[in-house]
Design a protein around this ligand. Structure first.
Ligand SMILES: [Zn+2]
Length: 267
């Protein structure tokens, strides 16, 4: 099983090495901004791709938090689509295995069906050059991917509207902190997700500083938050997918989390 961490974008390969990681996830620019993505690595996209291949490190890109393709607000939705497409292009250029994007949300009084429709419109209009991994979120009022029933409806709408080849590139990223804080029981969650999406492509293995169903999104090192460490290990084992620790503490903290998983996973 490939296990790694979310790291700084300047030299993700050195960061992976420092953590004993098999893979690195990072941003392409400012996660809170609307600027077009950039590759910070010296030598650019081609060098990063070649060096990652040589080092045997798989790359994943996390798209900016500002992206919300679901919203009815044109001034957010239209630039979100553009930024997502730009990120997909550049992530494919560096040879990334997937681009993670949050499910987003609609406005408080909006019908969530409008959000599912906006997701379908986004994916009807562009053929992803790499897997787009839709991630569950902890909170966000009227979220598209906090609870299983909404995730099920999202997939139902996308399946009905998008081409078979596009759906082949639409995957799911399961975040354990977000599920717990969002009010989804981790016991059996991989089976419940797979029952509606057919797949889990990536696991974000994070403990949660906050309690079950708090709606708060604050990650903690494995075994130090409000989730039983065994429950996180069980999710990772059941998913059988690559794993990213998006936890605090830099190389030492994340390296310990990677070891935490490797020590407890069945071999
Ligand atoms: Zn995450």
């Amino acid at each position: 099983m490939r296990i790694g961490a979310h790291v700084d974008q300047v030299d993700p390969l050195a960061e992976a090495l420092a953590r004993g990681a098999d893979l690195a996830q990072f941003f392409l620019g400012d996660p809170q901004g609307w600027k077009a993505p950039v590759v910070a690595y010296a030598g650019g996209a081609a060098a990063l791709r070649a060096d990652a291949e040589a080092a045997g490190v798989d790359l994943y890109v996390h798209s900016p938090y500002v992206i919300n393709v679901a919203t009815s607000n044109n001034r957010i939705r239209i630039p979100s689509r553009k930024l997502l497409a730009q990120h997909a292009t550049l992530a494919a250029e560096i040879g990334a295995k997937g681009l993670v994007v949050h499910g987003g949300h609609v406005l408080k009084d909006d019908d969530p069906e409008g959000g599912f429709d906006n997701w379908a419109k986004t994916l009807e209009r562009f053929e992803p050059p790499l897997p787009i991994l839709i991630e569950n979120t902890a909170g966000g009022g009227n979220a598209m991917a906090r609870h299983l029933d909404r995730i099920a409806r999202l997939w139902e709408v996308l399946d009905g509207r998008c081409s078979v080849s596009t759906m082949g590139s639409v995957g799911f990223c399961l975040d354990t902190c977000h599920a717990h804080a969002g009010g989804e029981d981790l016991a059996g969650i991989v089976d419940r997700v797979k029952a509606v999406t057919g797949r889990v492509d990536l696991v974000h293995a994070n403990d949660s500083r906050d309690t079950f169903d708090s709606g708060a999104d604050r990650h903690a090192n494995l075994g130090s938050g409000s989730i039983d460490g065994d429950d996180i290990v069980a999710v990772v084992a059941a998913a059988g997918a690559p794993v990213v620790c998006e936890t605090p503490g830099g190389a030492a903290g994340q390296g310990a989390d990677i070891t935490f998983l490797r020590d407890r996973l069945p071999t």
